[in-house]
Write a protein that binds this ligand. Structure first.
Ligand SMILES: Nc1nc2c(ncn2[C@@H]2O[C@H](COP(=O)(O)OP(=O)(O)OP(=O)(O)O)[C@@H](O)[C@H]2O)c(=O)[nH]1
Ligand SMILES: [Mg+2]
Length: 444
């Protein structure tokens, strides 16, 4: 059984702070819910300067709610009441550290006094001892039962959250810890009852005192032996609560591509997300969230770990997280191709990964970008063969300019970024229309 990995704990998720920048000079062809360009507008790109793991209200800067905004908000509220399938991690019970549970239980148990009106000293002592042992047992068992009952059954979770549990904690770890917490509870209850009963049967004051001390010691010992599982559960709750909250009703853009191709650099440019950027593969080690605010609309952006050319069974948990996002969330995809030879994955390998994913996730709205255009040579060397095979021609074409319709961008020179933002906005509006269609169909 694997210990929890730190996919979500590596300091990528910064405390949220809101900081709005404006760039009102961009002109877009607004694609309304119909998906047809119709009205020319001047949207405001508000770039919030933090990775955001929770949704928030914008209360300062340039933002003033409008009537349209209020109506939209009400619609969203109605929708989110209907679809409550994601968000279980935010409802997890608060787990007390094991040291606090035992400390508080002992303090409370020792304060329990005998039932009033027992004149016989021995009987009074037996009564007090049994009650104290019973109290200690309950003060430990009740919180443990609350945890076991209120941590959700993995099978009842949204498949995305289920994948997060499996991929971040390790397969089976979540259930194992809950099972152990429950077995600790059962042991404490059984030993507590046994000693309370022995104490109640004592024949003298002294024996009752001894039975009480023995019982207290025994319960403490049993708890001390296994209390680590309570702290493990506390760790699980912390890890899960820190995971990015994804609202299924808000259009989401998911950046995908091989490792080191420049996904996080683009997330930086496009959104509030501030992921780590480094010149080595798998810098991004979890699903990171940012937001784009465009024309008073909020969209979500997720950065994902890179994907290598290999079979699914050989993929690491980071790659599996990316596939979980694509499999279970209704995101639009911004696929990043690096044809400069800098990223460490050859264009032909990137092409294979791309073709496989494009086919597998063909239901997603999709946009391709060729990154690092500042490094691209104007006339790449093409090795002609006598009669090139069609697939070879396809690959050569890919090496030259990426998939059909891909936009060339450079974060370094800012080349193509204006067009990219415009196309991203169009894509997210199409995604919004898709979400609305789905929820209208659900209502019917
Ligand atoms: N010259 C140039 N370098 C770039 C550009 N965009 C990104 N880079 C560099 O490429 C390297 C990888 O960038 P990241 O944004 O971390 O790439 P990534 O795809 O998120 O990488 P992983 O998270 O490891 O998969 C960094 O050294 C960036 O500075 C660009 O437009 N031009
Ligand atoms: Mg990255």
């Amino acid at each position: 059984m694997k210990a929890p990995s730190s996919l979500f704990l590596k300091g990528h998720v910064l405390p949220s702070s809101i900081f709005l920048l404006r760039n009102s000079k961009v002109i877009f062809n607004w694609v309304h819910n119909t998906g047809t360009p119709n009205v020319k507008m001047h949207p405001i790109w508000c770039l919030c300067k933090a990775i955001q793991t929770n949704s928030y209200e914008i209360s300062n800067g340039s933002y003033h709610p409008t009537v349209q905004q209020t109506t939209e908000k009400k619609t969203m509220e109605k929708l989110s009441r209907k679809v409550e399938s994601i968000g279980a991690f935010q409802k997890l019970p608060i787990v007390m550290p094991s040291i606090d549970i035992i400390g508080s239980a002992l303090r409370k148990a020792r304060k329990v006094s005998p039932t009033k009106g027992i004149a016989n000293i021995a009987k009074r002592e037996k009564n007090k001892g049994a009650k104290q042992l019973d109290a200690l047992m309950k003060e430990i068992a009740v919180p443990l039962r609350t945890y076991v009952e209120n941590f959700p059954n993995k099978m009842h979770l949204h498949p995305y959250e289920r994948s997060l549990i499996e991929l971040t904690l390790g397969d089976g770890y979540y259930e194992m810890v809950l099972r152990k917490v429950d077995s600790l509870r059962k042991r404490v209850v059984s030993v507590g009852k046994e000693h309370a009963s022995l104490c109640a049967k004592s024949s003298s004051k002294r024996e009752a005192e001894e039975r009480l001390n023995e019982g207290l010691k025994k319960i403490e010992e049993i708890f001390a032996q296994e209390r680590k599982v309570v702290d493990d559960l506390l760790g699980i709750a912390k890890t899960l609560r820190a995971m990015p909250v994804i609202n299924l009703e808000t259009p989401t853009l998911c950046l995908v591509g091989a490792p080191n191709v420049g996904k996080s650099s683009l997330v930086h440019v496009l959104s509030t997300g501030k992921p780590e950027i480094c010149n080595y593969p798998f810098t991004t080690r979890g699903i990171l969230m940012g937001h784009i605010i465009l024309n008073f609309q909020k969209f979500q952006v997720t950065d994902t770990p890179g994907l290598l050319r290999r079979h699914d069974e050989d993929r690491n948990n980071l790659e599996k997280l990316t596939l979980a996002v694509l499999s279970h969330l209704p995101t639009a995809v911004l696929y990043v191709h690096d044809l400069s030879g800098e990223c460490g994955t050859s264009p032909s390998d990137q092409f294979s990964i791309y073709k496989e994913l494009r086919e597998r996730f063909n239901g997603h709205l999709w946009l391709d970008v060729v990154s690092k255009s500042d490094l691209l040579k104007t006339s790449p060397v093409v090795y002609a063969t006598d009669e090139p095979h069609p697939s070879q021609l396809e690959l050569e074409k890919y090496r030259k300019s990426g998939p059909n319709g891909a936009i060339n961008v450079s974060v370094k020179t800012q080349g193509g970024l204006h067009e990219l933002k415009q196309r991203v906005h169009e894509l997210l509006n199409l995604q919004m229309a898709k979400i609305n269609d789905i929820s209208n169909n659900q209502e019917k």
